[in-house]
Structures are given as structure tokens and as C-alpha cells.
Design a protein around this ligand. Structure first.
Ligand code: G3P
Length: 216
């Protein structure tokens, strides 16, 4: 399973990259706003800065909502850097935009996906990634991980190329559950990735080894 980091914070992206296990980055307008990135020029520059830090795919989301605007914006975003994947919402216009961008060999991430039906349409339109939001489903008492399992099973059964990118990952256990559910990618906060390292027996064992090494 690939690891993407879900942030627009350059320090956190660098930290995850330094760990040596990072495969890509996802952003969204809320994450960009959180970093205080404003204005088209600064937004574009920020995406390029992210691409310079990581080796893998970087999702950049369109801000428009109509088909014509989305494809124009998507083409401009894709032209910024070869690592850019255009993130498009799973709406009627969005699905049409995914289909168009795919025909132009521009990679897409179909986002704000909350059902198997939406994931089916995204795959049929040729999305590179589909992003079901695990945490936001959990928030409304619906099992987000179960949706990851259902979409992964469907894609495997019909041999779709679209990769399941589990998004809205909130904590470390979500990552473990994504592995079990067959996600291709999990995009996570840095804290959730680092949480995978935590084990009291590792800490205890290391403490013992260090103590014993002094007796050697
Ligand atoms: O990748 C989508 C993600 O950023 C949404 O996360 O925590 O706002 O539901 P959250």
C-alpha cells in the first residue's frame, strides 16, 4: 500500500519525505487555506514547491464546479509539473471532466466519494485515483472502512485500473484497517503515519538492549 501525506504544509511534507516511505501528497482547498496560501500565482507556486520535495504524485484540486471551467483549470494545473494529478469532485460535471482529462492523458483523482456508485462512475470515466472519505463517513455513524473494502472488491472483480485512495484518514488504526480492506493508497496526516511506529515492546526492548550493551 502506498502512503501519501494529506497536507499542504511544506515542513510536514519534508519530514515525511525524510522518513523515506512517502509516495505522494494530497491537498485540498481547506488544507491550502490552512497554510495561508492565497492567489492563483501563490497557489501554483506552492504546488510546484511540493513537487520539488517529493518524488511521487501530488494532487491539486480544481476550484471551479462547471465542466468547461474544470477542464480548463485541470489542463493548467497538469501543465505546472509532471507529478501533478488533477483532483476533481465527484459530481456530474466532475465525472465528465475526469473523462475528458483522461482522454488527454491527464491523470485525475476523483474526490469527495462516499458511495460505491460514485466510485463506479469515477472508474468508468477513467480516474487514476478515487478518494473515498473514511473519517467523514465515520463522523455520521457509517463505516468508512467498509466502503474502502466494497470499492476495492468491485475494482478487483471488474479489473478497473483506478486506484483506491483512502482519504479523510484521521488516525493510525484507520491506516491498519485500510491495509486489511485492500486500499491501494492511504493519504494520512503525519501524526497517523508516525503512530505506526509506536509499540511499548519496541521501547522496552531497546531500553534493555542499551542497558545490556553497557555490560558488553
Ligand atoms: O483527503 C481528504 C481529507 O483532507 C479530508 O479529511 O479530516 O477533513 O475529513 P477530513
Amino acid at each position: 500500500m502506498k502512503f501519501f501525506i494529506d497536507t499542504a504544509n511544506l515542513d510536514q511534507i519534508k519530514e515525511a519525505q525524510d522518513l523515506g516511505v512517502l509516495d505522494g501528497v494530497t491537498t485540498n482547498p481547506s488544507l491550502m487555506a490552512k497554510e495561508g496560501i492565497k492567489g492563483k500565482e501563490n497557489i501554483d507556486k506552492h504546488y510546484v514547491d511540493i513537487c520539488k520535495i517529493v518524488d511521487g504524485d501530488v494532487s491539486a484540486e480544481v476550484l471551479s464546479t462547471t465542466y468547461e471551467e474544470m477542464i480548463a483549470e485541470g489542463e493548467k494545473l497538469a501543465a505546472l509539473h509532471p507529478q501533478i494529478v488533477v483532483k476533481v469532485p465527484c459530481t456530474k460535471d466532475g465525472i465528465k471532466a475526469v473523462k475528458y482529462l483522461n482522454s488527454k492523458e491527464i491523470r485525475t483523482n476523483c474526490t469527495l466519494v462516499f458511495s460505491v456508485g460514485q466510485a463506479l462512475l469515477a472508474a468508468k470515466a477513467g480516474a487514476t485515483y478515487v478518494s473515498p472519505f473514511v473519517g467523514r463517513l465515520d463522523d455520521i455513524s457509517t463505516n468508512g472502512i467498509e466502503l474502502i473494502r466494497q470499492i476495492s472488491d468491485m475494482y478487483n472483480y471488474y479489473a478497473f485500473d483506478t486506484q483506491v485512495l483512502a482519504a479523510s484518514i484521521r488516525h493510525t488504526m484507520h491506516i491498519i484497517e485500510c491495509v486489511e480492506a485492500g486500499a491501494d493508497v492511504a493519504t494520512c496526516p503525519l501524526k497517523a503515519i508516525e503512530g505506526l511506529l509506536n509499540h511499548p515492546l519496541t521501547d522496552k526492548g531497546l531500553e534493555q538492549f542499551i542497558a545490556d550493551s553497557k555490560k558488553m
